[in-house]
Design a protein around this ligand. Structure first.
Ligand code: AMP
Length: 217
């Protein structure tokens, strides 16, 4: 299976799709958002700096995020991987390209998950995540509700809403996406690595489209 880079506006379901692909095809799932949130939870000074950005819907600096990625590089060499949330700027895409060249990684695709802003907002406002294992649930989608209110089906820990999943921060995250991240679509297009997938209502349908691409490529 090819390595995958997900490029997407906020709350498109890239975390959920990554988890499904991981379970089915044994991918390593590297989510920079999850890595950053763990750093925030650790209560470190760095975590505080990161939280100041995440909580207002801005990007963490390229320096911080690239350092975090470099610390996790061995994950990119052992097994096929999904990069969820990196790169998010042209500079990060260029850094990643250098890293891939150094590690001899060329077998990858960049999947652009296309979604309408209102649908992404609906998803962000209904999303709840397990505080233990990070499994994602959705309050407004029948098939993604937990069996018991506020309790994770898998590990039994409490479900929480992400601090950046409120309307104001969502709007800012969406603007940040358009300004900083959308330009990297052209970058991957120029490398002939870009494929586009329109997000469907049911996650299984979106997954099926991705699987078709992975088989074709
Ligand atoms: P996500 O979980 O992918 O939605 O990311 C949550 C937040 O973490 C984003 O809104 C950014 O503030 C921050 N973040 C995640 N990945 C990156 C990145 N590659 N560069 C900068 N900030 C990031």
């Amino acid at each position: 299976m090819k390595n995958i880079i997900f490029i997407a506006p906020p709350a498109t379901g890239k975390g959920t799709l990554s988890a499904m692909l991981k379970d089915k095809y044994n991918y390593i799932h590297l989510s920079t958002g999850d890595l950053l949130r763990s750093e925030v939870e650790s209560g470190s000074d760095l975590g505080q700096t990161i939280n100041e950005k995440i909580s207002v819907g801005e990007l963490v600096s390229d320096e911080i995020i690239t350092e975090l990625l470099i610390k996790n590089l061995e994950k990119l060499t052992n097994q096929n991987f999904i990069l969820d949330g990196y790169p998010r700027t042209t500079s990060q895409a260029q850094t990643l390209n250098k890293i891939f060249n150094d590690l001899n990684i060329s077998d990858y695709i960049a999947i652009y998950l296309k979604i309408d802003k209102e649908e992404a907002k609906r998803r962000a406002l209904g999303r709840i995540t397990c505080s233990g294992c990070n499994k994602i649930y959705h309050l407004y989608t029948e098939s993604m509700k937990p069996n018991q209110d506020n309790i994770c089906d898998i590990c039994g820990k409490e479900l929480v809403q992400r601090s950046d999943d409120n309307e104001e921060t969502f709007n800012k995250r969406f603007d940040t996406y358009l300004e900083k991240t959308a330009p990297i679509l052209e970058y991957y297009q120029s490398l002939s690595k870009l494929v586009e997938v329109e997000v469907c209502n049911e996650k299984e349908q979106t997954l099926a489209k991705i699987e078709e691409i992975l088989i074709e490529e």
